[in-house]
Design a protein around this ligand. Structure first.
Ligand code: SAM
Length: 292
């Protein structure tokens, strides 16, 4: 086994060798604790029959742990300066494919087909760049990719919102957007001290496992998500108020909205944060004929 990249000393050595300076704008906070990395990878339950997709390998701290456990790793890195570093640090591993690309612009589906052909078990495992956590997750969730799930480090506050249950303060349209596709749980809370440089915010590792069947079946997914966003537009307002002010021509359609609420068995005076995904599904379907 090779010496870990993610020790403070080795990381310093690598940064110095390449004269690398961190770019805050790219969310570059590298992990420098091999135990944390082992724990993260442990949560992904990988075998040599699994493939891992990583976003942002940095200098390869997590990538090498993934390469040891998985059959193949495909890792997207936007920062060109890291390419020669990764070529060097990951040279002991022949099962890593680095893709130099902004993951948000990449044809992930096409790359899975070409690079991870034959792998039936694919997990996204990453220490995400925090400035684009939500767009990255939403892209990978909605592009119909053959993924088992995600084990991803992010800002703790975002992990809490994504995994929140109805009736809590953190529960909102982001919780529903993700929990529509996956079960969500915070797997680990991670102290700032394991990063270089240390971020300003607390971090957590979120584990998402794709549902075999969605928790609700709706007539129109896009409309379902727009109803959930409308319901949380102003958190202090009642559902009726938010739907009236957010849905197209909602003010003039109070009667229709009330009828749909009744049909879905949801009290108009409730707040969005109290509704389960199933209740939102019933409500969106009841509203659908009046707004489409
Ligand atoms: N995996 C490394 C680690 O844990 O030490 C680095 C994680 S660091 C939080 C985030 C990484 O994502 C950086 O290497 C950064 O350059 C890269 N990155 C930022 N935005 C990206 C994007 N849109 N697409 C691909 N990589 C990106």
């Amino acid at each position: 086994m090779h010496k870990d990249i993610a020790t403070p000393i080795r990381t310093q050595e690598i940064l110095k060798k390449y004269g690398f300076s961190f770019k805050k704008s790219l969310g570059q906070n590298f992990l420098i604790d091999p135990n944390i990395l082992r724990n993260i990878v442990g949560h992904a339950d990988l075998t040599k029959d699994s493939a891992a997709i990583e976003v942002g390998p940095g200098i390869g701290a997590l990538t090498e742990h993934l390469a040891r456990e998985a059959g193949k790793v495909m890792s997207f890195e936007i920062d060109q300066r890291l390419l020669p570093v990764l070529e060097d640090t990951l040279s002991p591993y022949d099962n890593v494919k680095i893709v130099h690309s902004d993951v948000l612009k990449a044809d992930v589906k096409g790359l899975i087909d070409s690079e991870l052909a034959g792998f039936k078990d694919i997990m996204v495992v990453a220490n995400l760049p925090y400035y684009v956590t939500t767009p990255i997750l939403m892209k990978l969730l909605t592009e119909n990719l053959p993924l088992r799930g995600f084990v991803v480090m992010m800002q703790k506050e975002v992990a809490d919102r994504i995994s929140a249950k109805p009736g809590t303060k953190a529960y909102g349209s982001l919780s529903i957007a993700v929990q529509y596709y996956c079960t969500a749980e915070v797997a680990m809370i991670v102290p700032k001290t394991v990063f270089m440089p240390q971020p300003n915010v607390d971090s957590a590792v979120l584990k998402l496992i794709r549902h075999e069947e969605p928790p609700v079946t709706v007539i129109d997914e896009e409309f379902f998500f727009s109803v959930t966003r409308a319901a949380f537009a102003q958190r202090r307002k009642t559902l009726l108020n938010n739907l009236q002010s957010q849905l197209p021509n909602g003010k003039a359609k109070k009667e229709e909205i009330l009828r749909a609420l009744e049909q879905a068995d949801v009290e108009p005076s409730r707040r969005g944060e109290t509704l389960s995904i199933a209740e939102f599904g019933a409500l969106a379907d009841a509203l659908h004929p009046y707004f489409n």
